[in-house]
Design a protein around this ligand. Structure first.
Ligand code: GRF
Length: 215
């Protein structure tokens, strides 16, 4: 039997996506071994969520390092003690250096609150409202050196309600994330989905487009 995928979750803040992983594993809906939670912010509420769930935590403060490379080297050293098979970026607000991405090539996932390739970067909800888009959502993707540009795996979309605020829209998108992120991570953890030659493969087939769900 394939052993359970050792998974590290990297956070900077509230950790509602981390909580979705914890809940999915404890409910038996997700077959990952949540091995460690790592934060660059000692005050991240997600660290308390991890401790409550009995998951080891490490904190590597980016402010203790002169540059991104030395910070990333410290994160790598801390993570490697746990020998993770998979890294889940869940609101980890640090850009990763090429060294970091290469160290865990094909093993890092991110979730971005937009229908990538639309709206990479910040303030996606406000930008979607200002553009008058009908649809918005979130995308789980492999992490490569291109910010929010790695091969996509799973996308959850929802209709934008006329007149809703960016905060209201963000809350609805987050609820979608809590469903799609554990699901997509489970696919990678089980080997059903993988990054091969810079592209997403699913069930041994090249997957040009992400799996799409409407909520
Ligand atoms: C999520 O909305 C995700 O899209 C973005 O960061 C946010 C993290 O939220 N990458 P939380 O800390 O999981 O609540």
């Amino acid at each position: 039997m394939r052993r359970r995928c050792k998974t590290a979750i990297l956070i900077s803040g509230s950790g509602t996506n981390l909580q979705a992983f914890i809940d999915a594993v404890s409910a038996g809906r997700l077959n990952l071994d949540l091995t460690v939670v790592c934060s660059n912010n000692a005050n991240a509420f997600g660290l308390q969520r991890a401790t409550k769930a009995g998951i080891p935590t490490v904190c590597v403060r980016h402010t203790d390092f002169p540059d991104r490379e030395s910070f990333d080297a410290a994160v790598i050293a801390n993570l490697d003690r746990f020998a993770p098979d998979l890294l889940i970026l869940a609101g980890f607000m640090r850009m990763l250096s090429p060294i970091f991405v290469a160290r865990y090539a094909g093993k890092i996932l991110n979730i971005h609150p937009a229908l990538l390739p639309l709206y990479p970067g910040l303030n996606t909800h406000q930008r979607v409202i200002e553009a008058g888009d009908d649809w918005h959502g979130s995308t789980v993707h492999f992490v490569t050196e291109k910010l929010d540009g790695g091969p996509r795996i799973l996308q959850g979309r929802l209709a934008v309600h006329r007149g809703e605020s960016a905060d209201e829209l963000a809350a609805r998108v987050q609820a979608v994330e809590h469903q799609i992120y554990p699901e997509a991570a489970g696919w990678v953890g089980s080997g059903r989905v993988e990054l091969r030659d810079g592209q997403t493969w699913m069930d041994s087939k090249l997957s040009d487009e992400p799996v799409k769900r409407t909520f």
